[in-house]
Design a protein around this ligand. Structure first.
Ligand SMILES: [Zn+2]
Ligand SMILES: [Zn+2]
Length: 126
């Protein structure tokens, strides 16, 4: 019943982020949409930020997965609390609130918007 495995799928890199999320959504539906497939913490932050940029490209099931994960986080209150957390940009070492920093979907490191994009990474900053 741990969520760590699914967060690791998101944070582990390797496949493009969209393919990683696609695998999670498929597994979530296959297993009856249980909570143990939802993403939390940084993994949720990345998936949600990325989804907001690309929602139009994806199956409605993805939106449902994100919405249920959002509720599990605590809804609007949980999201606002998360946005006030702090993270350090991997490139410039400055500290930002999550609302002012992104994550590189290539290397899954935090990156502020002044430093983006990572030239060496195939991902985007979301
Ligand atoms: Zn930076
Ligand atoms: Zn990167």
């Amino acid at each position: 019943m741990t969520m760590t495995n699914n967060n690791d799928v998101v944070l582990g890199g390797g496949l493009p982020l969209g393919e990683r999320v696609g695998q999670l959504v498929e597994a979530w539906i296959r297993d009856g949409r249980g909570r143990d497939h939802l993403v939390t913490g940084k993994a949720f932050f990345v998936v949600y930020s990325w989804y907001l940029r690309h929602w139009a490209e994806h199956d409605p099931m993805w939106g449902e997965f994100v919405a249920v994960s959002y509720d599990f986080l605590g809804g609007d209150h949980g999201w606002e609390t998360m946005l006030r957390e702090r993270a350090v940009c991997h490139t410039c070492d400055d500290t930002y609130r999550l609302e002012n920093i992104g994550v590189c979907t290539g290397c899954m490191r935090y990156s502020c918007y002044a430093c983006d994009p990572h030239g060496s990474c195939a991902g985007e900053i979301v």
